[in-house]
Design a protein around this ligand. Structure first.
Ligand code: FES
Length: 150
């Protein structure tokens, strides 16, 4: 089936089955490889993107559920003021180790700060708690969020 999808501000036509997860539309049909596949079950957060500004797990989001909603990925988040600030904080704190989970972490952190510009520790824990990092960069992620919030 043919779908028209707005991703990072541009419209794209893709031909996929209705139950195709957004993750595979982004990675395979649109060659946007920044969004990562981790668990495929909504559990790790590696595939997090924004749909109309809210963080969603792309591995659990069927393309047929999107309609005219706007999708933003790690490739586009730096064009927003908050996303740019978060990415700069990530670099300044030197958060990444292997880096695999970091696009999803950045997308979640950006959504948090867009909604709650000065989050408390509890709010950071609540927002970021379901994102897994096998390298254990959690302390630096928290520091980067606090830096981006200043
Ligand atoms: Fe989607 Fe893990 S790959 S939550």
């Amino acid at each position: 089936m043919q779908y028209r999808l707005n991703v990072n501000g541009a419209d794209h036509n893709v031909e996929v089955d209705p139950d195709t997860p957004l993750l595979w539309v982004l990675r395979d049909a649109m060659n946007l490889k920044g969004t990562k596949y981790g668990c495929g079950s909504g559990l790790c957060g590696a595939c997090t993107v924004h749909v109309d500004g809210a963080p969603v797990r792309a591995c659990m989001t069927e393309i047929s559920s999107l309609g005219t909603k706007k999708v933003t990925t790690i490739e586009g988040i730096g064009t927003t003021a908050v996303g740019k600030r978060v990415q700069e904080a990530w670099l300044k704190i030197d958060v990444m180790q292997c880096g695999y989970c970091q696009p999803g972490q950045i997308m979640e952190a950006t959504a948090l700060l867009a909604k709650t510009p000065k989050p408390s520790d509890a709010e950071i824990t609540d927002a970021m708690g379901s994102h897994l990092c096998r390298c254990g960069t959690y302390t630096r992620i928290r520091a980067a969020i606090k830096l981006a919030a200043e």
